[in-house]
Design a protein. Structure first.
Lengths: 330, 310
């Protein structure tokens, strides 16, 4: 078994643009869930409107990619308002139900035959990010060490993706150590108290929902620009659940939790994938027990198992504050 | 740890003695003060006050068929301690919730410092200077004691989204707020816990924190919902001392309590509710003689205030 291959693959996965996209979306979810206490189970919906905002603007309407980015962000704001206005005044569970439904509705609408002229239906849209790669300042070549190597295109999206992650993390850091963040966290703890102290809870929840949703949309853009392809079936609720998993893994309500969580999540998932495939190839695992086609499913089961172990031994996540565990919250 | 808690206990006991003396003195002064502060001609339900800060009219709230609150007229005197008493289920907390915007009345109007409050969301009521606490203490568990207080300060620039991203714009104000919070923490003897999570405080300390937090808003009037519920006698005295202190600093206090004896010592005025209605109001001494109150609420076993039932 060649562990240098497995580790190389895993490291590539850990710093991939997909990991950056997930980190961005998880930072958004962290603002919702980790800091404000909003149960948003439809983060994938924000990812979808961001991704398709770019894809549709460029492919269907022949607009500029940068206009597409603006359209994607605007769509995320509209989605946040549409979800928030009716539900944020209600109990937390209503937002959870509404968001999970909205995510699925969006996916079905975008993949339906009715919208195919706009969205490409089940075939999706491809080749809309040429403009992004046209401004790549990196000369052609191969960049990296050992097996962790990227083309100039791969490195370009990587730099932009992780650059956005750094920027988003900085914004979250500034926000959360400010009085604004204090109000947001107080809403998570008990919104009636915040209200009794004169804070406009609805307004703050809305700001949180919009900000986190916009980050979700940016994540969706990084995700589709890296492959130049937007395909509706990639936007199912599992994405949101994976985001929750990696957020809790890294530490919900911490500044770096979602970033660390995303890196570990992608490292583990690629590591297990590569490891299992080699094990089957080399005959360590008989094909009757595990066929190569089943690896994808099994690795997620193993990631799930790992999360369960983490929750048993490190319930606040890797970066979580242990002092919080001593509190009987709620 | 045990040494520390022993220390803390001695502290609260010491404080309690002081507070008790204060409460006794306050009770003695109550009669004379009532006549000057509350120069009232009538003492029945709905009686007029010389300088009311809160005036409520025809406030009604029903849950299904049950009329939980049905208050015809109530005036609360500015700068006085008014207590709202009544048996469990009398509608005291519901009335509180209505007045502070935490529940919606079926009908009625009420004004605070001259401006109408009916239908106003809770956070605006608080910004007008009418701040409430909760019967079941609601601490912001995963915020530190200091953060709990700083949160409550009104009109913070850094609470605006874009301003918050530029610390120099709000640092100076934050420092002032912190200074005031330090003073309050000292006054409520919470200064040693300033950086602990509020969730680690004892039940009594949380009551103190909640009161201190309400004061950070700089309210004109505080409404305390059973501030003494589930608190040991020593701390009760301390809390009573703090309530008297609020009035001495010019604040109006309305508080809900069901222990009659607690109320008598410090109240300038007592309002008694039963089954959603105000059945009696008047100075403490008069209220404990009122047959309607005794009948509805106190029962036949009641002794003199401050007697053995405490």
């Amino acid at each position: 078994m060649d562990f240098s291959v497995i580790l190389g693959d895993a490291l590539r996965g850990a710093i991939s643009s997909d990991a950056a996209a997930y980190a961005l979306m998880a930072i958004g979810l962290n603002i919702h869930f980790g800091y404000t206490g909003l149960l948003n189970f439809g983060q994938v919906g924000f990812m979808l409107v961001g991704a398709y905002g770019v894809a549709i603007t460029v492919t269907t309407f022949g607009g500029s990619l940068w206009l597409g980015v603006v359209v994607g962000v605007a769509c995320a704001v509209v989605l946040a308002l549409a979800l928030g206005i009716p539900t944020l005044r209600l109990r937390a569970d209503y937002l959870a139900i509404t968001t999970i439904a909205a995510g699925e509705i969006l996916r079905y609408v975008y993949r339906s035959g009715y919208t195919e002229p706009l969205t490409g239906g089940v075939f999706g849209l491809q080749g809309f990010a040429d403009e992004f790669y046209a401004i790549n300042p990196l000369p052609p070549g191969r960049y990296g060490i050992g097996r962790v190597v990227f083309s100039e295109r791969g490195l370009w999206i990587l730099l932009v993706g992780w650059g956005l992650v750094v920027l988003a993390t900085l914004v979250v850091y500034l926000l959360m150590q400010s009085p604004w963040g204090r109000v947001i966290r107080s809403i998570r703890e008990n919104e009636d108290v915040a209200r009794s102290l004169g804070k406009n809870v609805f307004g703050y929840k809305m700001q949180s929902l919009v900000l986190g949703g916009v980050l979700g949309a940016l994540g969706g853009m990084v995700f589709v620009i890296s492959t130049q392809s937007a395909h509706p079936d990639g936007y199912n609720p599992v994405v949101t659940f994976n985001l929750y998993a990696l957020l809790v893994l890294g530490g919900a309500g911490t500044v770096f939790g979602p970033v660390l969580g995303s890196v570990i999540f992608w490292f583990l998932s690629v590591f297990l994938d590569s490891f299992l495939r080699q094990a089957i190839e080399l005959g360590f695992v008989p094909a009757t027990i595990l066929a190569p086609a089943e690896v994808g499913a099994v690795r997620f089961a193993l990631v799930g198992l790992g999360l369960m172990l983490l929750m048993a031994y490190r319930p606040a996540g890797i970066l979580g504050d242990r002092r919080e565990l001593a509190l009987d919250v709620r | 740890m045990s040494v520390e808690s022993e220390d803390a206990r001695r502290d609260t006991v010491g404080e309690a003695e002081v507070a008790q003396e204060r409460a006794v003195a306050a009770a003695a002064a109550a009669a004379t003060r009532t006549s000057s502060l509350m120069d009232v001609t009538t003492t029945g339900p709905g009686s007029a006050k010389p300088d009311p800060i809160l005036v409520a009219d025809e406030v009604r709230r029903s849950f299904g068929g049950l009329r939980a609150v049905d208050v015809g007229h109530l005036e609360v005197q500015r700068g006085a301690i008014t207590s709202l008493i009544g048996p469990n289920g009398a509608g005291k907390t519901t009335f509180f919730n209505l007045l502070t915007g935490f529940d919606h009345a079926n009908s009625g109007r009420w004004t605070f410092a001259g401006s109408p409050l009916a239908g106003m969301p809770a956070y605006r009521v608080a910004r007008r200077g009418l701040v409430r606490t909760f019967q079941l203490t609601k601490s912001l568990m995963r915020l530190t004691v200091m953060e709990n207080l700083k949160l409550a300060a009104a009109g913070q620039l850094g609470e605006r989204f874009f301003v918050s991203l530029v610390p120099p714009l709000w640092r100076a104000q934050e420092a002032k707020i912190e200074e005031r919070a330090e003073e309050l923490l000292e006054r409520f003897r919470l200064d040693r816990m300033r950086d602990d999570f509020a969730g680690t405080l004892s039940g009594g300390q949380r009551k103190l924190l909640e009161m201190a937090r309400a004061l950070m808003v700089r309210p004109a009037m505080v409404m305390l919902d059973e501030p003494m519920a589930g608190v040991n006698p020593a701390l009760t005295e301390s809390l009573l001392g703090h309530i008297v202190d609020l009035r001495d600093r010019g604040m109006t206090v309305l508080f809900v309590e069901h222990d009659m004896d607690v109320v008598m010592g410090i109240s300038d005025w007592v309002v008694c509710m039963a089954q959603g209605r105000i059945i009696a109001e008047g100075p403490p001494a008069e209220i404990c003689q009122d047959p309607a109150v005794i009948d509805a609420y106190l029962g036949a076993h009641h002794d003199e205030p401050g007697g053995e039932s405490r």
